[in-house]
Design a protein around this ligand. Sequence first.
Ligand code: AHG
Ligand code: MN
Ligand code: MN
Length: 341
Amino acid sequence: MTKMRFMTLERYITEQERKFPEATGELSRLLSDLAIAAKVISREVNKAGLVDIIGFTGETNVHGERVQKLDEYAHEMLFKAMDHGGHLCIMASEEEEDIIHIPPQHNLGKYVLLFDPLDGSSNIDANVSIGTIFSVYKRISPGDGPGTIEDCLQPGYKQIIAGYVIYGSSTMFVYSAGTKVHGFTLDPSIGEFLLSHPDIKIPKKGKIYSINEGNYKYWHPGLKKYIKYLQDIDPDTSRPYSSRYIGSMVADVHRTLLYGGIFMYPADVRNKKGKLRLMYECNPMAFIVETAGGKASNGKMRILEVQPEALHERCPIFIGSEDDVLMVEKFMAEAEKGKMM
Ligand code: AHG
Ligand code: MN
Ligand code: MN
């Protein structure tokens, strides 16, 4: 058994902060507050089958999808954990149409928080992994009053911190401040996240692809060709690839991060911009995967360089091992060239 240092998330954050004497501690407190929200949501997710909390509320969110009670609960918990820390000037959530202001009785800080409170919520009833995704930016609007929409619409490469919490066979908190990606596993008996996956690196090439193949007929011709290519037999390039699709982005990307391969939610003839949201899902995951050595593309360009125009805009995504993302881009570009000739 390899021996690892016993490192809690709290201790790790504090140790990191000490390396920067000029640090004010705001970011550390922000991360600690996020970890508290994650524990509370994890507790509730774990007992979802026991209490009368699962099931649809009958209402729809801003994307026109049915909202489940746990989505609301997670949204609420994140807001409550983050509104009074004095580190944020504005928030935005996948579950709320407009930007979320910090209540006037609380202090404002210089950071901006965007989150998907519960990702993969249609999987709750089946006891399948779900998650929370978050993204932190520095404010860009002048002054020190309330933050603005401009603060929330920054391109992904400006993220200071991004991460996710996966509520799976165990609960894990994975985050990056841009140099390394670390994973902390929750020990429910002591209520602490413990460093279990230090310095996660994604394999350069994988052998698993992940996509909702039911949409095959609607895909771009280059993507259809790429998937057929992955299914061809060529042991030298690990083909045929295995197919895995959970239907929770957090879980599918988490597996991709650890094992390598590619996760895709493409644009198609019905959904010209795909399904997943740039600000709450694509950017934070792109930040994590790139920091771990992988790539994230919208099919044509780096996700992190897309200039957002609206809070809830969607974006096609191809994310994972570098070689695999480069390959799908190549297939799509070649199909485009073919169309022009
Ligand atoms: P959310 O639950 O936050 O609305 O996100 C659901 C997303 C994402 O987690 C997953 O990758 C995708 O929906 C699955 O969509 P399909 O059912 O269309 O495959
Ligand atoms: Mn989601
Ligand atoms: Mn969600």
